[in-house]
Design a binder for this molecule. Structure first.
Ligand SMILES: Nc1ncnc2c1ncn2[C@@H]1O[C@H](COP(=O)(O)OP(=O)(O)OP(=O)(O)O)[C@@H](O)[C@H]1O
Length: 257
């Protein structure tokens, strides 16, 4: 059974169809990538999956749950986390503090327990620290642990945003253009992190990405969209060789090759 099922999803803004009857399924443990020219509707699809936008029509199922009946704040509990195209971190706080924010959804102790620092609070605190340390080790962030985020290079900040999403221990991770703003070397490193996230942590990854080298390196399957509609689905190679996909990119500054 698919972990994520998107069925006939559409979204209109002022009478314009940004997403038009899009369907796809992502299996547990897959790395699934959505590509398409600027304005194709990719981020709108992510915004509907993460319930930032309510779809005009269609259904989204995550692990057997119909997301139309859920609120955005339920998603982390269900096991869905995402990153954004633009970094959204607390830039005046340290890396450690930002990563601990990613554990917020797992805080089960009540205020009075926290104030009295009861054994339950202590256990929860240890659990949060362990989860954060695991992410720090995985992404090699030891060196930056106590650094203020705003002072760090962009590439490291992108990694911290990824780390914060991982701290929630999701089952599925949505990455919106993870390589944007990264140089070639950082993008190569990113491909290893994404594979580690799937292979070592068992997290399913759905990403929007423009860098076809990264897409080819990590994706099990690729969905190509243009003008809100699905053009093709297949392996990265099949998609790159698809004439309709090549045509959609013609006349744009982007290149699918
Ligand atoms: N909140 C909104 N209100 C009105 N129109 C919107 C809104 N969000 C997106 N759109 C429009 O929907 C279309 C799809 O936008 P979307 O951001 O999903 O594309 P995208 O494929 O993610 O593009 P990019 O690669 O440039 O990020 C665009 O024409 C965009 O202007």
């Amino acid at each position: 059974m698919a972990l994520l099922t998107v069925e006939n999803l559409s979204m209109e803004f002022g009478g314009i169809r940004a997403v038009d009857d899009v369907s796809f399924r992502v299996g547990e443990g897959e790395i699934y990538t959505i590509i398409g020219p600027n304005g194709a509707g990719k981020t709108t699809i992510f915004n509907m999956i993460s319930l930032i936008y309510r779809s005009s029509s269609g259904r989204i199922w995550f692990d057997g749950n119909d997301l139309s009946a859920r609120k955005p704040q339920d998603l982390t509990h269900l096991g869905l986390a995402r990153t954004f195209q633009n970094i959204e971190l607390f830039e005046h706080e340290t890396v450690l503090q930002n990563l601990l924010v990613g554990r917020h959804c797992h805080s089960r102790t009540r205020l009075w327990q926290q104030m009295l620092f009861t054994p339950a609070t202590r256990r929860a605190e240890i659990e949060h620290r362990e989860a954060v340390e695991q992410v720090i080790d995985l992404l090699n962030l030891q060196h930056y642990r106590d650094s203020v985020v705003g002072n760090l290079p962009y590439g490291v900040q992108k990694l911290i945003e990824l780390g914060r999403a991982l701290c929630a221990r999701p089952r599925i991770l949505l990455l919106d253009e993870p390589s944007s703003g990264l140089n070639v070397e950082e993008t190569d490193d990113l491909s290893f992190w994404i594979e580690d996230i799937r292979n070592l942590l068992g997290i399913t990854v759905v990403m929007i990405e423009h860098d076809m080298r990264l897409v080819s390196q990590v994706s099990d399957r690729v969905l190509a969209v243009s003008n809100g509609r699905v053009l093709a689905e297949g392996t990265a190679r099949e998609i790159q060789e698809n004439p309709a996909v090549a045509e959609a990119y013609l006349g744009t500054r982007e290149d699918v090759a």
